[in-house]
Design a protein around this ligand. Structure first.
Ligand code: 4NP
Length: 144
């Protein structure tokens, strides 16, 4: 199974989703490949936001080695499922879909709820971690 996590900057939410799902997959003995990407290019080549790295570390997950990259069209070929954090990520990625098969791979991580962008609010990283972890646990249950 190959799963891609997508948000706007690829420094706050999707790196957490990437690290959490990778961690849960390993705990469950699943040979899954997980990656993350962003729709915006501001932080390409950088590591995750320190607040995400710290929050993940507090939960025993190391995301410090991840490197920010842009979503690319070939991700539709490469990945079985593409999970996005909010509705603007959803419309940005769906706008790039070449056909119905591409579009069917794209879903909100939380089904019909969104993971809000914590970038401008330090207090939101832990709640965002919790939301993403819940979504990742559901993915494990559904797809394992
Ligand atoms: P993310 O948060 O989409 O969860 O990575 C953001 C990080 C940076 C920016 C926007 C959102 N930015 O505009 O730089």
């Amino acid at each position: 199974m190959k799963i891609l996590m997508v948000c706007l900057g690829n420094i706050c939410r999707s790196p957490l989703a990437h690290g959490i799902l990778e961690h849960l997959a390993a705990e469950n003995g699943l040979d899954w490949q997980v990656d993350s990407a962003g729709t915006g290019n501001w932080h390409v080549g950088e590591g995750p936001d320190r607040r995400s790295t710290r929050t993940a570390r507090e939960h025993g997950i190391d995301i410090s080695k991840q490197v920010c990259r842009l979503f690319r069209i070939s991700d539709f070929d490469e990945y079985d499922h593409i999970f996005v954090m909010d509705r603007s990520n959803l419309s940005d990625i769906l706008a790039k879909a070449r056909n119905a098969a591409d579009a069917q791979k794209v879903k909100l991580l939380l089904g019909d709820a969104i993971v809000p962008d914590p970038y401008h609010d330090d207090t939101q990283f832990e709640p965002v971690f919790q939301m993403i972890e819940k979504g990742c646990k559901e993915i494990i249950q559904k797809l394992k």
